[in-house]
Design a protein around this ligand. Structure first.
Ligand code: GLN
Length: 478
């Protein structure tokens, strides 16, 4: 996709050499944000801090020092990342007015390389949703058609990239929240192997599948940013070692010869819009033309992944949201009679409908009478899915399929029908439950709306995933 921004490594090179100034780049991003206000992709600006950081970087470079591998590169973070001094709401009323007292590890890592956060992006409150309509700040509009949703929950981050506000944006991905908006809005969206990037300082949704997400114009930019913010963190015990080779694509593959790619049969079923399927098939043909060995592969238990996800994830959500009690963070009702009254008021007024729905489901499936029937059974099926996906990777190197069954739907179309909304996660939750990396790249549009091809790899094969996705992005027409 074309962008007014250069690749991130080139921006940093030009800033470090003094050819570009960080202040100019930050102002360019802020202007673009201002021009694109009607899309409602942004919740808050971090303009003052961004300008200060940019001035410091420019001064450093003028004095002959280098400012890092992302020197002066502006970016936007989803509003569930804690960024020093910024109001961090996760798009929920219950956190309005909450100022981040510390900063997430990945933001620290990006800043250490000279990147500059200019704004916080809109999302479905707490990451619950697939359209950004569950935001207490109003929905974000799709950059290609303002009657349609941009996807979610990282809809603001995806729209920010597509509207060219910044070269890259951070999202999160618990069940598809960076991939599905990339597909709906038309950019690259990536979820790493579970544990590759620290979640310290990111507002938790469901701890066993939460990951950071990266959204950008190109696979190589996503890989470069990943290289700057992955690896072990003592503040998040689930983190794993990074690939010793790193993630930067230094020698792009010249073809896909010898790569075995499995098309997931269950993801090309009747439930997928036929035009979307045709676009995906066209992309798969392009991979074959590049020398890849394509075969169809059946992973039967993947058809249960959505049901498993919507038992396990609400269970974890109900536990993670219990900390919002009106006593320590954000919204609190000062007129409350006593402590219990205070809890009740803060939670009933602060949480939106979807958070309440998930707390109800989550506490129900964890309750002593239903734990065996729902939570435990879902865990058993999750293990079965992991085994079947492992087995698939014994015969192929990568798995591919659509990202979502349709293109972006209309604003308001699914908001009163949670099941219909959840169905747009059908093809993304599998990678989340199994902890494998997955990336989405834009392919041929359908009626002017973007479609994304999803490519998945075994755990820790993120580097190989980038290499293949880069060839795919180069060869597939959008
Ligand atoms: N749409 C999915 C859900 O609502 C995924 C959300 C996410 O990845 N944060 O749970």
């Amino acid at each position: 996709m074309s962008s007014m921004w250069q690749p991130v490594d080139e921006i940093a090179r030009d800033v470090n050499s003094g050819k570009l100034s960080a202040v100019t780049l930050v102002n360019k991003a802020l202007t673009r944000i201002e021009e694109s206000k009607k899309y409602n992709a942004i919740i808050t600006l971090t303009a003052d801090r961004a300008r200060e950081r940019a001035e410091t970087i420019d001064t450093k470079i003028q004095s002959g020092q280098s400012a890092g591998r992302l020197a002066g590169v502006p970016f936007i973070a989803k509003d569930n990342f804690l960024v020093f001094g910024s109001e961090t709401t996760a798009a929920s009323n219950i956190l309005k007015g909450f100022t981040a007292p510390y900063q997430s590890t990945v933001i620290n890592m990006l800043e250490a390389e000279g990147a500059i956060c200019v704004a916080k992006a809109n999302l479905d409150a707490f990451g619950h949703g697939g359209s950004t309509e569950n935001s207490d700040f109003g929905p974000t509009l799709n950059p290609h058609d303002t009657n349609k949703v941009p996807g979610g929950s990282s809809g603001g981050s995806a729209a920010a990239v597509v509207l060219d506000m910044v070269p890259f944006a951070l999202g999160t991905d618990t069940g598809g929240s960076s991939r599905q908006p990339a597909s709906f809005s038309g950019c690259v969206g990536y979820k790493p192997t579970y544990g590759l990037m620290s979640r310290s300082g990111i507002i938790a949704m469901a701890s066993s599948t939460d990951t950071v997400g990266v959204l950008a114009h190109s696979v190589s930019d996503v890989a470069y940013v990943t290289d700057c913010m992955s690896g072990k963190d003592s503040l998040d015990s689930t983190t794993i070692d990074r690939d010793p080779q790193g993630y930067i694509i230094d020698k792009p593959l010249s073809s896909l010869k010898g790569k075995k790619i499995g098309v997931i049969k269950e993801y090309m079923s009747d439930g997928v819009d036929s035009a979307v399927k045709a676009s995906i098939q066209q992309a798969i043909d392009a991979l074959e033309a590049q020398g890849a060995d394509i075969e169809t592969i059946s992973i039967p238990s993947l058809s249960l992944a959505l049901a498993v996800y919507y038992v396990l994830v609400p269970a974890e959500i109900s536990s993670n949201l219990s900390r919002y009690d009106g006593q320590r963070f954000g919204y609190s009702d000062s007129a409350a009679k006593d402590l219990e009254d205070s809890y009740t008021h803060a939670r009933s007024k602060g949480f939106g409908k979807e958070a309440k729905r998930r707390i109800m489901i989550g506490t129900h499936v964890l309750s002593s009478g239903y734990y065996d029937a729902y939570y435990k059974k879902a865990q058993l099926v999750r293990t079965k899915i992991i085994k079947e996906v492992d087995r698939a990777f014994q015969s192929v190197d990568f798995l591919v399929g659509p990202t979502a069954p349709t293109t972006a739907f209309n604003i308001g179309q699914n908001i009163h029908d949670p099941i219909q909304m959840y169905l747009s996660d059908l093809m993304t939750v599998g990678a989340s439950l199994t902890g494998i990396p997955a990336i989405v790249i834009p392919v041929h549009k359908v009626n002017g709306m973007p479609v994304g091809l999803q490519i998945m790899a075994p755990q820790n094969a993120d580097r190989a995933l980038f290499e293949v996705a880069q060839v795919a992005q180069k060869e597939i027409n959008t």
